[in-house]
Design a protein around this ligand. Sequence first.
Ligand code: HEC
Length: 410
Amino acid sequence: VNSKRIFNSFVGAALAAALIEIILGLVLLPKYRPTAEEAYGSVKALHASPLTAAFANIHHSLSAVLIVFAIATVLQGLLSGAYRFTSKKLWVGASVAAVLFFLFQLTGHLLPWDQHAVRTAAVETGIAQGAPVLGTYQANLLRGGQQVGPQTLSFWFWAHVVVLTALLVTGGIVLVRKIRATGYSPGLISGLFLAICCVGVLLGLLVPVQYGPAALLSDYGNYDAKPEWYILPMHSLLNVFQSMDPSFGFIGSMVIPALVLLLVVLAPWLGKAEAPKKPLYGIVLTLLLCIGTGALSAISYRNLAAPAGPNVAIEAAPRAQVTPLDPVLVARGRALFDQEGCTDCHAVHGSGGHAGPVLDNTGTRHPDLVWQSAHLQNPHALVPSSTMPTFARLGSQKIQALAEYLVSLK
Ligand code: HEC
């Protein structure tokens, strides 16, 4: 059937482009230093020479193009009904390859070790910590410790360069065999491959990578980072579920994405019973995916772009008001801090979760009671990228007590 050959060719083109990406990575590898002291400098040095800068920029943009193309491949396969005709192994393999591209992107983002990279890793591993039972274990494993630090860099570097690459290469070889055995169109493969590469090269040359300042020690526990475009839908989902209950965050960040992935991977089995002519399962799933991710990304994007509104005034207000703290309120705030689930996400004096920053010196960073209470009522108005749920429901008295306690943490 034709849809099968078209789908197989899409997968073939994606794998060919992934090979280019691996080659570019190998060219850059000898110049890169995977340590916290040297990583940023080595990346800057790469960008100092026009040739290696071009390679680095193309490596960066091609990876984004690959993610988009992998999603397009899967959607195309769903819409055309190819999932019913192509080999099941090939279908599953192609979906897994799309996930691999995504993991390459996540791990690769940390390698330049700039501010945004490190803060993003703090947010991501903090989110991983939100899972029940295994959360802390898996987050500490991903970070290589309680907090993001130099060890996280070397770990993600090896994952990027060795583990993920080895998986992609071995998986790729199996898939290429399957493609050859089940039929493809050489013309379509080369056409798509050229198109991907052209877009990747053009983007790389026209939109070079932007790095922030080098990461400092203080960024290891800083969670103020705007999510990258490929994370937006999950960022929204996380916020939606966290606002129902702080401990529900993992449903949005892990359970739902995993379920969606399962629905895609299992399409050959789940769509088996449908009428032979129309790939109804694929069409419905595509619609749901497009509408769902579109809407979620839009919400997230709008939230992030939204001006902070009246609270801007609070940020700008002089920090002079040194109101003496009320010890009774501080004590009450400390008790509320435990009762209201703040410790799920925040550590104070060494105990507590790490989905949010350590609060040992939040009182120094934000000595203003007004800031603290405004932040509790609407975190995202003050910190646009915030994934902290709002606590407006606690009411002004409890908020006031919590704010007093927070300001006392110096
Ligand atoms: C689901 C996780 C989560 C829960 C629950 C949570 N927070 Fe947060 N919190 C975060 C994240 C993520 C940030 C970083 C983004 C930001 O500043 O809004 C943060 C930031 C903060 C900050 C700013 C820290 C600084 O110094 O910049 C304070 C203060 C804070 N939270 C207090 C609280 C209090 C008090 C509670 C309980 C009423 C609470 N948080 C509950 C996730 C959480």
